[in-house]
Ligand binder design. Structure first.
Ligand code: FES
Ligand code: FES
Length: 156
């Protein structure tokens, strides 16, 4: 059995027929072909799959695709509308906030939700906000610096 799900993905209304058990991250990656959202675990711990659902950062492996019916979903690809990097992406590049990059899309989407709520987060606030995002490479120090710099750049 499949069910039709229709949602707004990065500004476009899209539909797909999915099994009821299909996760939102599977819909995004496997049905709709946007592979910037990653899957790094099967326990909803890593945060590599974070997207925005109606403006809130959500682990897209922890939600069924059919629960996203009629919702506005933004993935990391939504930041790539032009050739110019988003200020948060540029900050990650400038401050070496990534190594392998596997965690980066989820961390950037989480960071953007933080900045939307708190435009000038402290280092402590950034570290607390990232508790749901794991990075196995960087040690987090440069990620925190990048988010702080990205938040400042977004205010300009
Ligand atoms: S894939 Fe790890 S939290 Fe979603
Ligand atoms: S940069 Fe490799 S997991 Fe974060």
């Amino acid at each position: 059995m499949t069910m039709k799900v229709t949602l707004n993905l990065n500004g476009k209304v899209v539909s797909a027929d999915v099994e009821p058990r299909t996760l939102l991250v599977q819909l995004i990656r496997d049905h709709l072909g946007l592979t910037g959202t990653h899957v790094g675990c099967d326990t909803s711990q890593c945060g590599a799959c974070v997207v925005h659902v109606n403006g809130q950062s959500v682990k897209s492996c922890s939600m069924l695709a059919v629960q996203a019916e009629g919702m506005v979903i933004k993935t990391i690809e939504s930041l790539a509308a032009t050739e110019v990097l988003h200020p948060m992406q540029q900050a990650f590049k400038d401050h070496h906030g990534l190594q392998c990059g596997f965690c980066t899309p989820g961390i950037i989407m989480s960071a953007l939700n933080l900045v939307a709520i708190n435009p000038s987060p402290s280092e402590t606030e950034i570290r607390e906000w990232l508790e749901g995002n794991l990075c196995r490479c960087t040690g987090y120090h440069n990620i925190v610096k990048a988010i702080s710099a990205g938040a400042k750049a977004m205010k300009v």
